[in-house]
Design a protein around this ligand. Structure first.
Ligand SMILES: *[C@@H]1O[C@H](CO)[C@@H](O)[C@H](O)[C@H]1NC(C)=O
Ligand SMILES: *[C@@H]1O[C@H](CO)[C@@H](O)[C@H](O)[C@H]1NC(C)=O
Ligand SMILES: *[C@@H]1O[C@H](CO)[C@@H](O)[C@H](O)[C@H]1NC(C)=O
Ligand SMILES: [Cu+2]
Length: 189
């Protein structure tokens, strides 16, 4: 190999390192892919039934992380784009989504500066729209796999019984719903 091309290579490596080193990541480092979901196919669903949003966000345990399906209608076309996250606290009786608290942030990153979607491992674990894109109304059908959320309760990034919250373009929390486990239907003999 010629010396000049070696220097070119070194230069490129240094540039790549400096570019990734100033992408904000968690205080506990980058999120690690989840490979120990106990039951592949285990399904949890958050059901929305308000004037702001109707439909479901489904989470299915995959061999790596979770497959999500967002299938909702009714998002006001002029209030988007909409963000959606996994939030930590319970939806109160009143339905007031402010009380669902902050995002699932297992690696302690915080939501500022905004996450770089090209490096989803550096994002807050619960910042699903930061990683996979915001959605626009009125009707949404979107599927993606997130390697960093889990349906193993001992795992960082566990989402069981947590809340999915939609935010409009002003960041107002327009709807929230709790993920509930779908019990496998016993096969009929
Ligand atoms: C990352 O750091 C480099 C070197 O300090 C700087 O030139 C670049 O603008 C920074 N990138 C961002 C996105 O802040
Ligand atoms: C997750 O999604 C991938 C890609 O669509 C698919 O191949 C896989 O079967 C899904 N896993 C489950 C458990 O549904
Ligand atoms: C929702 O809860 C927040 C925080 O507890 C409170 O500040 C706000 O006034 C509540 N909104 C309504 C409509 O009750
Ligand atoms: Cu949120």
């Amino acid at each position: 190999m010629q010396l000049t091309s070696l220097f070119t290579l070194l230069g490129a490596a240094t540039l790549a390192a400096s570019q990734s080193s100033n992408v904000t990541t968690g205080a506990l480092g980058d999120a690690r892919p989840v490979r120990n979901n106990p039951v592949i196919g285990e399904t949890w669903v958050a059901t929305f039934d308000s004037s702001a949003v109707k439909g479901t966000v489904k989470a299915v345990a995959h061999t790596v992380g979770i497959n999500y399906t967002i299938d909702v209608t009714g998002l006001a076309a002029d209030k988007g784009p909409y963000k959606y996250h996994v939030h930590l606290r319970a939806v109160p009786e009143s339905g007031n989504c402010t009380e669902t608290g902050g995002h699932l942030d297992s690696y302690v990153r915080g939501d500022s500066p905004p996450c770089v979607s090209a490096q989803p491992q550096t994002c807050e674990v619960g910042d699903l729209s930061g990683k996979y894109g915001t959605v626009a109304g009125p009707d949404v059908k979107k599927e993606f796999n997130d390697p960093y959320t889990a349906l193993n309760i001992i795992q960082l990034g566990y989402i069981g019984t947590r809340r999915i919250v939609f935010h409009d373009a002003s960041s107002a929390r327009i709807a929230c719903a709790t993920l509930k486990k779908v019990e496998a239907v016993a096969s009929q003999g």
